[in-house]
Design a protein around this ligand. Structure first.
Ligand code: UN1
Length: 499
C-alpha cells in the first residue's frame, strides 16, 4: 500500500501506524489508512515529568548549539519533504502541492530558528544612576505544550517547536485526533534528528496522542510554562481560561473570518487570482482563508461574473493526483456545517452559486464540494460567523472607509487584504485607522503567509503570535537586570534613605 511506502521512506516502523487505538480514515476516500496507540490523561503525568527533566538539562546547552539540533531537523525535513508532503495530503486531504508547501514552511522555520539561535538579543538600558548598568536578558521558560489542528497538521508544530527548542525549552505536542499519522511521522523524524545530534536529553520533544482530556492536562498543569494552541475559538477560549487560571502563558492562534476589499482601481487580473487561491485553496480550510469579499459597486457585476467563471474551472478531485486544485473537506461534520451555513445564507437573503457535494470517481466516500459564492445583501449574521469551508460571501461597497469598517466588523482579527492601485487606499488600509487584523496585505490574498513575519491576530483570533519577527519572545521569560559596579548605593526615584 502507498502508506507503507511513504512511512518506510521516512523510517517510520509499521508498528507505529498499524497499532491498536485511534483509527485514521483518509478524507480522500474514507479508507482506513492506519491506527495509532493513544495515551490516557493519567499517562501524561510521566511525560511531563520527563519533559521538565529534559528542559533542566537542555537549558545548559548554549543556544547556538541548540540551533544545531534544529538545523539537523531542517535537513531531515528536506530529505523527507516528498513523503511527508504526501502523507499530509493523504491524512488532511490538501493537494500534494500544498502538502509539500507545508513541509517547506517547516524547513523555513527551521532555517529561521537556526539563525535566531545566535540572535536571542536583549537590550542594554541607560541607567539613571552613576556606576550602574541595566540590561534585559531572555531565558527559557520550561515545557512548551503545543496543541495543533488538522488543517496544518505538521507546520504548526514546527513553528512552535523550532523556536521553543532554540529558546531552551522542551516540547510536548498534542496533535489533532484527525491527523495523528503525520504526528507519528514527524516525531520519528525528530527522534532521528536527536540521535544524529547526539547529546539531547531524553524526552526533549514528545508527542502525546490522545483525546481532549490529554490536551486539558497541558492546559491545567503548572509544569507547562507555555501553551501554544491552534484551533477553533471555542477550543481557544477553554485553553486560554484554563492557562490563565494558573497564570501560565498561552499563545492562541484561533479562527479567522478574513476579508478582502477590491477597490475600483484594483488590477483585476491580480485580484481574481488572489481571490481564487485564498478562497478555494485548501478547500477553504485555512484559518487565513478568504471568507468575506467587499467589492466596489462600480466593478461588482463584472468581477463576480468572472469569479464564477473561474470557480467553474477549478479542478476538484483526488488531492494526490497531479493537477487537482481542490481536495475534499476533512469529514462529514464539516460538510454538514457548510450546508447549514449555505442554508442560513439563503435565508438571510443571499444568492448562492455552488456548494453542492460532488462525486469523485474512486473517492466516493470523500466529502468533495463545489466551492460556493454567496452574494449577500449585507453583512448578515452568517457572514460574521467563521465556517471552515470554501464559502465566499460577496458584498458591494460604495465608500472605502465603510469597507474598512466592514472588514473590522468581524469578531475575529486574523488576516485581511486590499486590492488597489490607489496609494492612499493602500496606506489607509495598513494604518492605525485601517484593518484591525494581525495580517493586513496589499495586492495579495490573506492566506499563504511566509514564516518570516509574526503570524496571528486579534480579538477572537486569540492575540498570539507565532513563527517570525520577534515571536520568539513568547517562548522566553524576560528579566530586567540592574548591575551596580560603583561603591555607592544611590537609590532610584531620588529616595534618600540614609541613617
Ligand atoms: C492555518 O490555517 O492554521 O498563511 C495557518 C497561511 C499559512 C498558515 C495557515 N502560512 O496560510
Amino acid at each position: 500500500m502507498k502508506i507503507d511506502a511513504i512511512m518506510s521512506a521516512m523510517g517510520v516502523p509499521a508498528s507505529a501506524y498499524q497499532a491498536q487505538g485511534l483509527e485514521v480514515f483518509s478524507p480522500v476516500n474514507g479508507e482506513k489508512i492506519g491506527a495509532v496507540a493513544t495515551i490516557q490523561a493519567s499517562d501524561a503525568d510521566a511525560a511531563l515529568a520527563l519533559s521538565v527533566k529534559a528542559f533542566k538539562e537542555w537549558r545548559h546547552v548554549p543556544a547556538p548549539k541548540r540551533g544545531e539540533l534544529v538545523r539537523i531537523l531542517g535537513e531531515l525535513l528536506r530529505k523527507y519533504k516528498q513523503p511527508l508532503g504526501e502523507l499530509v495530503s493523504m491524512e488532511a486531504g490538501k493537494i500534494v502541492q500544498e502538502g509539500l508547501g507545508e513541509v517547506q514552511e517547516m524547513i523555513d522555520i527551521c532555517d529561521f530558528a537556526v539563525g535566531l539561535s545566535r540572535q536571542l538579543y536583549g537590550l542594554t538600558i541607560a541607567s539613571e544612576r552613576p556606576g550602574h548598568r541595566m540590561a534585559e536578558t531572555w531565558h527559557p521558560i520550561g515545557v512548551c505544550g503545543v496543541i495543533s489542528a488538522f488543517n496544518f497538521p505538521v507546520a504548526v508544530w514546527s513553528w512552535n517547536a523550532a523556536l521553543a527548542l532554540v529558546c531552551g525549552n522542551s516540547v510536548v505536542w498534542k496533535p489533532s485526533e484527525k491527523t495523528p499519522l503525520t504526528a507519528v511521522a514527524v516525531q520519528a523524524i525528530m527522534d532521528e534528528a536527536i540521535s544524529l545530534f547526539g547529546a539531547a536529553p531524553e524526552g526533549l520533544s514528545q508527542t502525546l496522542i490522545g483525546g481532549r482530556d490529554v490536551g486539558e492536562v497541558l492546559t491545567k498543569d503548572a509544569r507547562v510554562g507555555i501553551v501554544s494552541a491552534t484551533g477553533s475559538t471555542e477550543m481557544g477560549r477553554a485553553v486560554g481560561l484554563a492557562v490563565a487560571q494558573r497564570f501560565g502563558r498561552s499563545i492562541l492562534e484561533l479562527g479567522g473570518n478574513n476579508a478582502g476589499i477590491i477597490s475600483e482601481t484594483a488590477d483585476l487580473d491580480l485580484a481574481l487570482r488572489g481571490i481564487l487561491f485564498s478562497a478555494v485553496g485548501t478547500a477553504g480550510q485555512r484559518c487565513t482563508t478568504l471568507r468575506r469579499l467587499f467589492v466596489h459597486e462600480s466593478i461588482y457585476d463584472g468581477l463576480v461574473s468572472k469569479l464564477k467563471e473561474l470557480y467553474g474551472k477549478v479542478r476538484i478531485g483526488n488531492p494526490l493526483e497531479n493537477g487537482t486544485l481542490m481536495g475534499p473537506l476533512i469529514d462529514k461534520a464539516s460538510f454538514d456545517r457548510m450546508q447549514s451555513a449555505l442554508a442560513s445564507a439563503k435565508e438571510q437573503g443571499g444568492q448562492v452559486t455552488g456548494g453542492e457535494r460532488i462525486t469523485v470517481a474512486g473517492c466516493e466516500n470523500g466529502y468533495y464540494v463545489k466551492p460556493a459564492i454567496a452574494e449577500m445583501p449585507a453583512q448578515t449574521a452568517i457572514v460574521l460567523q467563521e465556517t471552515f469551508a470554501p464559502i465566499l460571501y460577496v458584498m458591494k461597497y460604495t465608500n472605502f472607509e465603510e469597507a474598512i469598517e466592514a472588514n473590522n466588523a468581524s469578531h475575529h482579527g486574523l488576516s485581511s487584504c486590499v486590492f488597489t492601485t490607489n496609494l492612499r487606499e493602500a496606506e489607509l488600509f495598513t494604518s492605525d485607522f485601517g484593518s484591525d487584523c494581525g495580517i493586513a496585505n496589499v495586492n495579495i490574498g490573506p492566506s499563504g503567509a511566509e514564516i518570516g513575519g509574526a503570524f496571528g491576530g486579534e480579538k477572537e483570533t486569540g492575540g498570539g503570535r507565532e513563527s517570525g519577527s520577534d515571536a520568539w519572545k513568547g517562548y522566553m521569560r524576560r528579566a530586567t537586570n540592574t548591575i551596580n559596579y560603583s561603591k555607592e548605593l544611590p537609590l532610584a526615584q531620588g529616595i534618600d534613605f540614609s541613617l
